[in-house]
Design a binder for this molecule. Structure first.
Ligand code: MN
Length: 285
């Protein structure tokens, strides 16, 4: 089996969003820093409540899906459909904005560490106006598989083969067939995962640096950076300089035009203008 190569590095940049939450944005920090169908990846990680306490008060989305995965801390999601989701360490939420959702995500702690990720995945044109939906994923619903060389893999979405066993994540049935894994490796060990031919893939290193690719062809990926993979075949990742943790994401690309205006992601400018008007007139959701 051939191996995918590290083709492009998208370093994260420090920014803030919501009512003033400090975060690092890799994918999505500019329009060309996307990996179709992935639009954005934010990492939030702080022990200082000033960095997160303001949270994300009520705001809208249309045209894509948001996936929040918590490592540490406690957040409460509420939306106009009446969903209340308590996000706990190791848990996730999968929200399909479709034609429109209005929600808030507010920290439920005043001290301690808040750490996790928010990923935006685009919807195909045919599904951008479908009804919104929301799914809470408890920590114990995410399978954790121990690796023989130490470390482990958590599978949030998709079906993977780990050490000869098939493992299904709790999220299935999404048109773009996303694969979302959280991998922890001890120093010097490596991990390989097949990714479907033609699917986009990237790795986000969030603790430690990585070497991506096989043997002599491996290339370094610094911490807090997204590494976009080219070619087809397996993704091979090694913890290069100490223990490492990373996300591995893959999905089928849509190859459709993307027009984004803040929290609305559509295919044309006219559809964006419609979304803005619908939100203004209370017709978004
Ligand atoms: Mn949101």
């Amino acid at each position: 089996m051939s191996s995918r190569r590290l083709q492009q590095i998208i370093p994260s940049v420090a920014t803030s969003d919501g009512a003033g939450v400090s975060l690092r944005r890799s994918l999505g920090h500019s329009p060309d820093a996307r990996v179709d169908p992935f639009l954005m990846l934010d990492e939030f990680s702080s022990d200082d409540p000033d960095d997160y306490i303001a949270g994300f008060p009520s705001h809208p989305h249309r045209g894509f899906e948001t996936v929040t995965y918590m490592l540490d801390g406690h957040m409460l999601h509420e939306d106009h459909l009446g969903n209340r989701g308590d996000l706990l360490p190791g848990g996730a939420q999968w929200m399909t904005a479709g034609r429109g959702i209005i929600h808030s995500e507010m920290p439920q702690q005043e001290s301690g560490r808040m750490r996790g990720f928010q990923l935006w995945i685009n919807l195909p044109a045919a599904e951008k106006m479908k009804p919104a939906s929301y799914c809470d994923i408890r920590p114990d619903e995410i399978p954790t598989v121990a690796l023989p060389g130490g470390g482990d893999v958590r599978v949030i979405a998709g079906r993977v083969e780990v050490e000869g066993a098939t493992v299904d994540g709790p999220v299935q049935g999404i048109t773009t067939k996303p694969l979302y894994m959280d991998v922890r490796l001890p120093a010097g060990s490596s991990f390989s995962q097949p990714v479907a031919t033609g699917h986009s893939a990237f790795v986000y290193a969030y603790e430690g640096s990585l070497a991506i690719g096989d043997g002599d062809d491996a290339r370094p990926l610094p911490a807090q950076s997204a590494g976009v993979l080219g070619g087809d075949g397996d993704v091979t990742v090694r913890a290069a300089d100490g223990p490492a943790r990373f996300l591995l994401l893959a999905a089928r690309p849509l190859r459709e035009p993307v027009v984004q205006y803040g929290p609305f992601v559509m295919n044309t400018r006219e559809e964006i203008e419609q979304a803005v008007a619908d939100y203004r007139d209370n017709r978004l959701a």
